[in-house]
Design a protein. Structure first.
Length: 580
């Protein structure tokens, strides 16, 4: 997409830049600008004066006069950069690195971590489900609700063909999508072709690992050959890519079978995409929330054993909470984003959504590690040793008591979660969060998002997006165009201070437990890059699920996955099924 920029009312050059800026700030400035044009083509001093309001500054008349030529040059430089038509996937030449106490273990060399120390099944097997049934169930719905550990063993022992499991998943997607709207495209031809390959490998005794033959869905921010990649937005409804996103390629290498591109709220906000609103399986009158809407809904409904989601600020946590799924948001940079829509380069993360935490660990094993297409991605240790139930006694977890003290929605369930874990021998140490203006730092998300979709704003194609309200991307992108560059850099510097203060708050803890939404944890940890497990911890009177989060240290996913496995081993919320 590269429309002629001269056709847009938001595109301007030279003196037109000053005129348009003046019109945006105050209509009467047009007259002031016109009076100056004959004598001077620089931006009017009055325009600068009005623009100072947006920056929270005040200059003198003499200073404004000096600035006029420089500001005019800045506008011309802006237009020069805009003329480059930079693709969405190109990141800025500024990197974000989460704080890590052992940076020597982090590698930016491309390649997934094949030299893993231990498979998660070796430490988590049986902690959640107990013994595996001898044979797979004959009922397809029972089969699809089975954990990956069981499906994988049945396939490995040739008791279940990958193609049969794939067909069951495709049929369930067809059955439920008219109600839940969780799919943008099914990838049936690709899935059947690959399943046939896996059937043959099964016949000759080749087994790729725990994801061999397991069907899954990819959030439609991720490119997949042979399928549309729409980003949930009308302007991109028919767009396709020739290559797979790196995580899709890695999953295929591991034997997982892509059966669907799952629905995403337009440009990764909410559950409203260009045709429908994705629904909550527990209550189809509700939307499924969060931009990973289709992934969480399809998993919770038993149509997919797992799916990929992404999170910038709650897009895994929120739909998992609404739909009762289990999500794993990895440390920023652990999973490469090559081939994924960029919204906020310094905050976007890709992670798995499944029905239990062990299944998310299987997926993380397959997709983590650096890739040259994502300069922020790293290969860091993912060591499951020391996370068995017994070894958990060596790990230390915290909880901020003030977060659980208020009577927020879901507080009763969250306090009960702490009690369950205490009964299993987990002692929680007190902790506090740094008192910093975290909300003000979200200008980082807004400005980077506006840059990622600058062309959409300038060409008026943002008008094609379904949601045109205050809290939707079109409005946020337009407003962020007026944020001074200095403010963005200052917010990033404040973010560095936040990272340091948060590390001090964690101290020697391996992680902590926090409400999914009450308190500052969700916002802080999306800015600092820390990993999170979100999982169901109860049901409201109306039958819809509640959730809680376990937050780990950067690159410390094994500790919180193990804590979550202990909790799910002691409860059955993750085993409940919606009545569809």
């Amino acid at each position: 997409m590269n429309p002629n920029p001269t056709t847009s009312r938001r595109t301007f050059l030279g003196r037109t830049a000053a005129l348009t800026l003046a019109a945006a700030l105050a209509p009467d400035l047009l007259r002031a600008q016109a009076e100056e044009e004959a004598a001077d083509e620089a931006i009017a001093a009055e325009v600068i004066r009005r623009a100072e309001i947006l920056a929270g500054l005040e200059f003198t008349d003499a200073e404004r006069e000096l600035m006029r030529e420089s500001v005019t040059d800045q506008v011309e430089s802006l237009q020069t950069i805009r003329a480059l038509a930079i693709p969405n996937e190109v990141p800025p030449a500024l990197g974000f690195r989460p704080l890590y106490d052992d940076p020597e273990k982090v590698s930016y060399v491309s390649g997934s971590a094949k030299n893993r120390a231990q498979d998660p099944a070796e430490t988590l097997r049986g902690a959640i489900f107990g013994d595996r049934p001898r044979t797979p169930p004959t009922d397809e719905i029972e089969l699809l609700f089975s954990p990956i550990e069981h499906l994988s063993e049945w396939i490995r022992r040739r008791q279940l063909k990958p193609s049969d499991l794939v067909e069951a998943s495709l049929a369930r997607l067809v059955e439920l999508d008219p109600t839940l709207h969780f799919v943008i495209d099914r990838t049936a031809d690709r899935a059947r072709e690959f399943a046939a390959v896996l059937d043959e490998e099964q016949r000759v005794g080749k087994w790729r690992g725990p994801l061999h033959g397991i069907p899954y869905g990819a959030k439609d921010l991720l490119a997949a050959r042979g399928a549309r990649t729409t980003w949930g937005a009308k302007p991109y409804e028919t767009r396709t890519f020739d290559d797979d996103a790196e995580v899709v390629r890695r999953l295929e290498e591991a034997g997982a079978v892509l059966v669907a591109k799952t629905a995403v709220g337009a440009l990764a906000w909410g559950d409203v995409w260009f045709r429908e609103t994705t629904r909550n399986p527990w209550n189809p009158e509700q939307g499924s929330s969060g931009s990973s809407a289709g992934s969480a809904s399809a998993v919770a409904a038993g149509a997919l054993p797992f799916a990929l989601g992404t999170e910038t600020l709650g897009s895994i946590v929120s739909p998992c909470s609404r739909c009762g799924a289990t999500g794993l948001r990895p440390t920023f940079g652990r999973v490469p984003r090559t081939g994924c829509m960029a919204l906020t380069w310094s905050m976007d993360k890709i992670g798995p959504i499944a029905r239990n935490v062990q299944d998310t660990a299987f997926v993380l094993e397959a997709i983590h590690g650096a890739h040259e297409g994502d300069p922020e991605s790293v290969t860091a240790p993912l060591d499951w040793r020391g996370t068995s139930d017994f070894s958990m006694r060596k790990l230390r977890f915290g909880a901020a008591e003030e977060n659980f003290a208020n009577d927020y929605e879901g507080a009763t369930f969250d306090r009960a979660t702490l009690d369950v874990l205490r009964d299993r021998g987990i002692e929680f140490e007190p902790m506090t969060f740094p008192e910093m203006p975290v909300g003000a730092m979200l200008v980082v998300l807004q400005v980077e998002g506006a840059a990622a979709f600058d062309e959409l704003t300038r060409t008026d194609r943002d008008d094609e997006l379904v949601r045109q309200v205050v809290n939707a991307w079109p409005n946020v992108f337009r407003a962020a165009q007026l944020v001074p560059g200095v403010q963005y850099v200052q917010a990033q510097r404040a973010r560095t201070q936040l990272m340091r203060a948060f590390e001090d708050a964690l101290g020697d803890l391996d992680g902590y437990v926090a409400p999914a939404f009450a308190g500052p944890s969700l916002l802080i940890t999306n800015l600092t890059g820390h990993p999170c497990v979100v999982l169901p911890n109860g049901f409201r009177e109306d039958g819809t699920p509640t959730s809680i989060t376990f937050i780990g240290r950067n690159y410390g996913e094994p500790a919180i996955v193990a804590l979550a496995s202990i909790y799910q081993g002691a409860t059955d919320f993750h085993l409940k099924r919606p009545r569809l």
